[in-house]
Design a protein around this ligand. Sequence first.
Ligand SMILES: *Cc1c(COP(=O)(O)O)cnc(C)c1O
Length: 352
Amino acid sequence: MNYQGVINRYRDLIHLPTDIDPVTLLEGNTPLIPVPALAEELGGGFELYIKFEGLNPTGSFKDRGMTAAMTMAKAKGAKAVICASTGNTAASAAAYARRAGLRAIVMIPEGKVAVGKLAGAIAYGAEVIQIPGSFDEALSLVVEISQKSTVELVNSLNPYRLEGQKTSSFEICDVLGQAPDWLCLPVGNAGNITSYWMGFKQYHQLKNTGLPHILGVQAAGSAPLVIGHAVDHPETIATAIRIGRPARGEEALAAAEESTGKIIAVTDDEILAAQKMLALNGIWVEPASAAGIAGLKAQIQTGSINVNQKRIVAICTGHGMKDPDIITSKMTKPTLLPADYDAIEAFILRKP
Ligand SMILES: *Cc1c(COP(=O)(O)O)cnc(C)c1O
């Protein structure tokens, strides 16, 4: 049978009513791409794979959770959904709400959302509200609204989001035959790290697939889980993880501890360097998505984790096309030449 999305693929393992009709865009089933050259660049001696979640229908992993959250919202008879977003949740909620025939109201921090995400939310027909505040403020507002009205909250506080997102762990185990030794991923509001850990534990119980150590990576300017307290004014170019009060912070710390992994912080420069390394291996991701690789690189360099003979998976959460400004604002301009054979030949034959 043709692929039918994450709910149908893992229906028995997802805690949703079994007779439910999924709201889906056939999310999930993303590739686990081997990157041997990148592993060599990081020192070699281990296997490295990128789970490219940017290839989901709206360009980020948020679609895995949104199919579940929107399926339940529709089943409950909701007429509208709401979320706070650094951008990707907004785009995903907008698209899935459209599929479900519901209104999508999304609240974003003014001026802090990458252009491709805002454009997505608008293109899919969401009602977009900007506030002159942070993601964290937007989240507490939408939580209050959802509590006092019939508008359904689709942030990752919604438990169905995690149910959908955990399917990525199942996919990784299905491809590798077992869990990897380490799983590296960015951490913002911490729903994703929580759902990966849920998924690996569930699959291990069922199929004895083993458990990974989890390396969660925050941006240095917004690293509440590393410094041990909330950050009032989080800053980072990795806007998807620009979050000072992670809603699932406790669960994230528990995942790191139970898995004998850790949560660390990397600088924006390290994130941009990792983004470049990935792109030069053919995988263009948005800055936040490169945090996992940036963290892995830092840990290898300081000898903090032993990767020898290990199998490592890094989750790249969103596509680079979401945030083209990061590249175009600092890129070397394309070379301007006359539309002339000799000039172009000379350019191609020059010694770069
Ligand atoms: C949402 C998001 C994150 C952070 O995920 P959390 O579940 O909030 O920790 C990381 N990268 C991208 C691209 C995202 O959209």
